[in-house]
Design a protein around this ligand. Structure first.
Ligand SMILES: *Cc1c(COP(=O)(O)O)cnc(C)c1O
Length: 373
């Protein structure tokens, strides 16, 4: 009898569905025999990395024969200063997704449950299921909701917590919807969550939020000891390919996460680039401005095409095609425009479109107009 490796896997792993990433540009072009295609599929920063980060890479790449600093000392010091926290509050990850995984491994077992919203970021189900823990999925607001269709419903999230719940995952803003909770709503919700439940507030798109909506990170950490905030260098800092992110929490939580963490999980080049990217305020400002302008342009053009989209504080829009989105996705591919179908999120009529440069946004709208005609 041949061995069925599926049966050997941990129960949670047996039921996992593989995450399907956006298609790499080279692969698409090879498949379709085209060139000059654009990728607006993975919420990357279309401006490119900061020149300061690129220079930092130039300065350090000859040292890659050495292991990185396992404690990321310089980056810890810089972030501790940025947030006015102790370096012992930090946990670094190979992307913030790695931190999400550390949290699941540190706090979840098959006897526990985790809570996240319907339509929440796809990595939460993956890290939860792999531990064998149960997922309590909180219903999101429905698509008729006045202000935040398909957004996280704080009441439903709180109601989904039961005696076995160890972790609640909240993406703010959420991907793929772009929906958000304002600072007051977040705090009101935190007030209703027992102190023995870890709350993960995933702020991957924080910098893109309107100033008045942003949570006060320091205040939240001082007030809620059960809170873990996760941040990434993949989005506005434009270092997605290097894989680096971090969690901020009470030092006792960070201590647990760091025990689970592989000592050299963030690499030498990523640490150096992240350190430099933090200093390039001009690049961050420019990235945010490009995103805001691009989003307004796209929304305006989508309105003209009669296509509805969800409100978004991210660098992307979830656009309702008013029909199954798969054929639209394919037709856009054929015109060299890669976007993201989100049927895996139970949103089969939507495409998630990353805000690009002005030129890329133009091309997207041209292609979309052609496809819809
Ligand atoms: C992109 C994204 C991240 C970032 O993941 P990295 O592993 O840091 O690249 C985290 N959370 C959400 C909701 C995201 O969309």
């Amino acid at each position: 009898m041949p061995v069925l490796f599926q049966d050997l896997a941990a129960p949670g792993v047996q039921k996992l569905k593989p995450y399907l990433p956006g298609k790499p540009v080279e692969e698409l072009e090879r498949e379709l025999g085209i060139s000059n295609s654009i990728k607006l599929a993975s919420n990357e920063n279309p401006l490119g990395a900061s020149e300061k980060a690129l220079q930092a890479i130039q300065h350090c790449y000859r040292n890659i024969n050495y292991y990185p600093d396992g404690s990321a000392y310089k980056l810890s010091e810089k972030l501790a200063e940025k947030y006015n926290i102790a370096p012992s509050c930090l946990t670094f990850g190979n992307g913030s997704n790695d931190v999400l995984e550390l949290i699941a491994r540190a706090f979840l077992t098959p006897g526990h449950s985790a809570v996240y919203s319907q339509y929440a970021f796809a990595v939460y189900p993956i890290v939860v299921q792999a531990t064998g823990a149960k997922a309590n999925v909180a219903p999101a607001f429905d698509d008729k909701h006045k202000t935040m269709p398909l957004g996280h419903d704080p009441d439903a999230l709180v109601a989904s917590i039961d005696d076995t719940t160890r972790v609640v995952f909240i993406a703010n803003p959420n991907n793929p919807t772009g929906t958000w909770m304002d600072a007051e709503t977040v705090e009101a919700m935190l007030n209703r969550i027992p102190a023995s439940v870890i709350v993960v507030l995933d702020l991957a798109y924080l910098e893109y939020m309107d100033e008045g909506l942003k949570p006060d990170i320091k205040h939240l950490l001082d007030t809620y000891e059960n809170l873990i905030i996760t941040c990434t260098f993949s989005k506005v800092y434009a270092l997605a390919g290097l894989r680096i992110g971090y969690g901020i929490s009470h030092p006792d939580i960070a201590d647990l996460l760091n025990r689970v963490r592989q000592p050299f999980n963030t690499n030498l080049i990523a640490q150096a680039a992240a350190l430099a990217a933090l200093d390039d305020e001009g690049h961050i400002r420019q990235s945010i401005k490009l995103n805001n302008e691009g989003k307004v342009y796209l929304q305006h053009e989508l309105d003209k095409l009669g296509l509805a989209y969800l409100p978004s504080m991210g660098n992307f829009l979830a656009v309702n095609m008013g029909q199954p989105a798969a054929p639209v996705y394919d037709a856009l591919l054929n015109r060299g425009v890669i976007v993201r179908p989100v049927a895996n999120y139970e949103m089969p009529d939507y495409l998630r479109i990353t805000v690009g440069t002005a030129e890329q946004n133009n091309r997207l709208i041209e292609a979309l107009s052609g496809v819809m005609a």
